[in-house]
Design a protein around this ligand. Structure first.
Ligand code: UD1
Length: 370
């Protein structure tokens, strides 16, 4: 059996890693030769701090193949991935291609493999924000509509897929693969001194991440968020590892003066997995527009205010620590106050199968069904 695993953007590496660890274990049990896998990096993310550092942190060998596509418009980036990935599939003739998440690499590689008659598996299928202005939502819908194996993290995803007419035989509830990585590395991340290195105190700072196109590309929304952040920083110090896309737009829109030169806002480069996890574990709360961080904070029981109007991960709101605040200053500030007074959501729970064993379930299903 030959498997191709695809990753392209930062959050993908965290989701692919547990599959590689599990495949290595199975190779030993079944004696090598029975399962072969190739790890393909599309090159969608290419800066060391968006890509290379994750291989070091997650104990992963560098990818077998790097398509090296880099940044471009959606059409150019997606089509470059497709052209290069088709050559890989033709040469390698895999039995199955496994993709994760909702980035351009996910849809590009699924489309290529499906048209070549190669089976495909989508990990993190069925999530829907119902907001088609998000490029990720389009990637999710198309990937799910043509994949053969749909691995889901929660019951909502099952409902979404059935509503879209997906055959229930293709859907497998396996849990959340990001949490496999989180649980494996939590202790190691706790031992780091990242928050101290930045002069912060345990549970006495907020962690911010921001990169969603709807928040950062347009001046008005980015400015609104940065102004709210500035007010929060009067109450609690805030650390902000800045995504390259966000850094670019803060500069292009001339907004640096809102957050620069404030002692209580610490602007840093994007961090690797372990250092970021250390900041997340020790934070009083997290402000983010990321998808994965909404889930990681729920798994860690850390309060999370999501700077979006919608989420494809409603379970993190229903039973977890998450709340949607959009870019609405008053909602952001009211909930910050609640968190600071320890008056925020109590009784949060961790969703079913977010238990560290998702990759085992996925690999067993694939090996038994191909
Ligand atoms: C992508 C995903 C998004 C995911 C995010 C995680 C899509 C449509 N979006 O968004 O779902 O949450 O990754 O980070 O696939 N850049 C660099 N260096 C890099 C990568 C990007 O400088 O290593 C800059 C470039 O200016 C680039 C911009 O960031 O044009 C956007 O990068 P891209 O990968 O297209 O999208 P993200 O915003 O990172």
């Amino acid at each position: 059996m030959k498997i191709i695993l695809v990753a392209g953007a930062r959050p993908n590496f965290v989701k692919i890693a547990p599959l590689i660890w599990e495949l290595k274990k199975r190779q030993k049990i079944l004696k090598s030769g029975k399962i072969e896998y190739l790890f393909v990096h599309t090159g969608q993310h290419y800066d060391d701090e968006m890509s290379k550092i994750f291989f070091q942190d997650l104990n992963l060998a560098f990818p077998d193949i790097n398509l090296g596509v880099g940044s471009a418009s959606h059409a150019v980036q997606t089509s470059k991935i497709m052209i290069n990935f088709e050559k890989v599939c033709n040469k390698e003739q895999p039995d199955i291609v496994i993709v994760v998440g909702d980035v351009n690499s996910t849809i590009a590689c699924t489309l290529v493999a499906t048209k070549l008659g190669i089976k495909t598996a989508h990990i993190e299928a069925g999530l829907r924000s119902f907001d088609r202005s998000m490029p990720e939502e389009i990637n999710r819908i198309i990937t799910d509509s043509i994949s053969d194996f749909l691995f889901i993290t929660c019951e909502d995803a099952n409902k979404n897929l059935l509503k879209e007419g997906i055959d229930k035989e293709k859907i497998y509830f396996v849990g959340n693969i990001m949490i496999d990585t989180l649980l494996k590395f939590k202790k190691r991340a706790e031992k780091k001194n990242t928050f101290k290195k930045f002069g912060l105190n345990k549970k006495n700072y907020a962690l911010l991440t921001l990169h969603r196109s709807s928040n950062v590309d347009k001046k008005a929304s980015l400015e609104k968020i940065l102004r709210a952040i500035k007010i929060i920083s009067y109450k609690i110090p805030l650390i902000f590892p800045t995504h390259p896309r966000t850094k670019k737009f803060i500069k292009d829109h001339n907004l640096s003066s809102i957050i620069n030169n404030l002692n209580s806002i610490i602007l840093i480069k994007p961090l690797g997995y372990l250092e970021f996890l250390n900041l997340m574990i020790n934070a009083k709360f997290v402000l983010t527009d990321s998808g994965g961080i909404q889930e990681e904070t729920t798994a860690l029981k850390i309060p999370c205010l999501t700077l979006r109007k919608n989420t494809e991960r409603p379970i993190t709101i229903k039973i977890g620590t998450n709340m949607l605040v959009g870019n609405d200053e008053s909602k952001i500030l009211i909930n910050t106050e609640k968190i600071l007074k320890n008056n925020y959501k109590n009784n949060c729970k961790i969703p079913k199968y977010w238990d560290g064993n998702t990759s085992k379930r996925i690999i067993s299903i694939i090996l038994n069904n191909i």
